[in-house]
Ligand binder design. Structure first.
Ligand code: GH3
Ligand code: MG
Ligand code: MG
Length: 637
């Protein structure tokens, strides 16, 4: 296979140039030794000891993957025995190249950065191998370390041309580097890498994995096969590498992407987090060992707290950030959703079941619910029905995630009230498009609701103002009692009611005695205060159903429903006694007054409310005539 990835003549030309990176010294000797027959571990150890730095690195590699499972390996002999000759050879090769090619004449090629990234790839691939058990961890370490060695080769063989090409690529990073390389050199860094690894005797499966690792989906490897897992593990290692060295804005975008890649090879979220933490620690150990700059690399977990609005995949989402509830029984999907949505500036709550979703809906009041269709106990459709039957759930936008594409499921989902659906696997661009549609709708809905609420508030303000105006029109401003207009209305209502029920109705007209004298003696303010005082005394002395109103300057009326004349008389006397018996303290003065009262009852001779009022008025006149401070009853007939 490796022969087919590059025209051998082209690679032969590169080989013939004699400039391809190759190990020297002790490493070269070990490579040579490993091809001779009957070579013993002791021979290898003896040669290795001649380069203590290299020996130390091999020892460290032998210890790095055991992760505390065994006692540490302290002797080089044990390390070589444990690792086996092929792996020792690969490690020696990698380490030798790192030290020999720290710098070079290709100006745009960052040699340090190249090796830092290669080391992270090696460490990450090794960590994944430990989890998946698809290869010896140290073997994947070496493989990861060398997986891009073709770039170093191109930089070494064509320093000037490759530098120009890299500068060109830097201005348009989205263009395919391999395509540019093919145009300039009739080969590319992956072809060169695979051929070099083949020359160095790496097993075929690693050559295939390296050939596919930049775009393993496109290679269409057999799902779940060892090759599939190794290629995807290396792909994930590269994604982790991008996150590790990315600037913050990139990390936010790349973090979720790396997580998706890990999920593809069956790693769960906890494992991914642990792995990424371990990677950061191992890098800190390894970087000084290979004399690489000790920059800190950050674990993937740090990208979860995303900066709003910086993920190009969901760009524009932050214009109208949503409260989103994501429901899925698969924590990996939730992690991806959380990563993508948070990065786009939305506020996200995630739960693992339909039941929790209902509780969260009440608490969190999401605008958008993204729910998995297929969940145990309460599935997405049942969740949707439950939400739609509640008041708060009616206006939520429901997006169903489904692995099914068949019509039956979709019809069922829409009948239950979902607004939209998306078929798994989750594709960020599709999710972004769906979100934009949801945002548009929710935005319009919110605008509409705000408009309706504004209208409602305007209408209620108007109604309140009208009520206030009405009240003001019916109220006497000096005393707060109902005014003359209100008194006439009320008298008419009571008149009609009494007629309907056949019940009695009386009214008492009251006029303050010699009130002019009060004004003349103490001033108008004192007169006002005394009028307010009389109003209070009348209101508090009358019964609850009686309406006490001010109908003129110093004139009042008390309308008494269900009251015969004899009882109106008693009430009038009580009112008279209360007014004359209650004086008012006004400044230094003690003001008092008396009232004259005339009471009348509706009887056969009285035909209208006006008649009734006139009769009561006439009775007041009698009271005045009889010396004031008395009650007189209207004569019957
Ligand atoms: P009588 O016993 O015959 O009823 O004598 P009177 O002085 O009460 O009767 P008259 O109708 O001559 O005078 C009523 C006075 O009430 C005249 C007016 O100045 C006074 N008055 C009417 N409205 C108000 C008011 O709102 N405030 C004050 N301070 N005085 C008022
Ligand atoms: Mg009067
Ligand atoms: Mg008067």
């Amino acid at each position: 296979m490796a022969d087919s990835v590059a025209p051998s003549s082209r690679i032969d030309e590169l080989r013939a140039s004699g400039n391809l990176p190759s190990p020297k010294g002790v490493a070269l000797e070990i490579l040579r030794l490993s091809h001779t027959e009957n070579v013993s571990n002791a021979d290898i150890v003896r040669v290795l000891k001649a380069d203590p730095a290299l020996a130390g690195r091999v020892l460290r590699a032998a210890n790095s993957a055991i992760l505390g499972l065994r006692r540490p390996i302290v002797s080089l002999g044990d390390a070589v025995m444990m690792l086996g000759l092929p792996i020792v050879r690969q490690l020696v090769l990698g380490f030798s190249l790192v030290t020999q090619y720290r710098g070079g004449s290709c100006a745009a090629f960052d040699y340090q950065r190249f090796w830092s990234e290669s080391l992270v790839c090696g460490l990450a691939a090794q960590l994944v191998a430990t989890r998946l058990r698809v290869a010896a961890p140290e073997e994947l370490f070496a493989c990861g370390l060398l997986s891009q060695v073709g770039r170093l080769a191109l930089a070494t063989v064509f320093p000037v041309e490759y530098s120009a090409l890299l500068s060109q690529h830097a201005t348009a990073p989205e263009t395919d580097l391999r395509l540019l390389e093919q145009q300039s050199f009739a080969t590319d860094h992956i072809e060169v890498t695979v051929n070099m690894l083949q020359d160095w005797g790496l097993p075929g499966i690693f050559l295939h994995a390296v050939a596919a690792h930049e775009d393993p989906e496109q290679a269409q490897l057999e799902e779940g096969s060892r090759l599939f897992l190794i290629a995807h593990a290396m792909h994930f290692a590269r994604a982790l590498c991008e996150v590790s060295f990315g600037v913050e804005a990139d990390r936010v975008r790349l973090g979720p992407r790396a997580v998706r890649k890990a999920i593809r090879i069956g790693l769960d979220v906890d494992t991914i987090n642990q792995l990424s933490d371990t990677l950061a620690q191992q890098w800190a150990d390894w970087a000084p060992l290979l004399e690489l700059p000790a920059v800190d690399i950050l674990p993937i977990t740090d990208t979860k707290e995303a900066v709003p609005g910086v993920a190009p995949e969901l760009a524009g989402a932050a214009d109208y950030p949503l409260r989103i509830l994501a429901v899925d029984d698969d924590p990996a999907i939730l992690m991806v959703l959380r990563g993508l949505l948070t990065a786009a500036g939305h506020t996200v709550t995630t739960v693992g079941s339909g039941k929790e979703a209902l509780e969260a809906a009440v608490r969190f009041h999401p605008q958008l619910v993204i729910a998995d269709l297929n969940m145990p106990q309460m599935d997405g459709i049942e969740l949707c029905r439950a939400l739609r039957s509640s008041q708060i759930g009616k206006s939520m936008h429901m997006l169903i995630l489904t692995a099914f594409e068949d019509e039956e499921h979709l019809v069922q989902a829409f009948e239950a009230g979902v607004d939209d659906y998306m078929v798994k696997p989750l594709r960020p661009r599709t999710l972004s498009a769906r979100l934009r549609a949801a945002q548009r709708l929710l935005h319009m809905q919110e605008e509409h609701e705000r408009h309706v609420a504004e209208m409602r508030s305007l209408a209620s303000e108007l109604a309140l103002n009208n009520r206030r105006l009405q009240q003001a029109a019916m109220t006497d401003s000096l005393t707060g009692l109902p005014n003359r207009r209100c008194a006439i209305d009320r008298l008419e209502q009571e008149w009609a009611g009494a007629r309907r029920r056949g019940s009695p109705l009386s009214c008492i007209v009251i006029d303050v005695d010699h009130f002019k004298t009060v004004n003349d003696t103490y001033g108008h303010d004192a007169g006002d205060a005394l009028l307010r005082h009389v109003a209070r005394v009348l209101r508090s002395s009358a019964r609850l159903p009686d309406a006490v109103c001010r109908i003129g300057g110093e004139e009042f009326i008390v309308i008494c429903p269900d009251t015969v004349l004899a009882d109106a008389h008693k009430l009038a006397e009580r009112l008279r006694a209360a007014v004359s018996g209650n004086s008012l303290k006004f400044d230094a003065l003690q003001l008092s007054c008396t009232i004259s009262l005339g009471a009348a009852s509706a009887d056969a001779a009285i035909n209208s409310p006006t008649d009734l009022l006139r009769k009561a008025d006439q009775a007041v006149y009698l009271a005045k005539k009889d010396g004031r401070n008395v009650t007189r009853l209207a004569r019957a007939g």
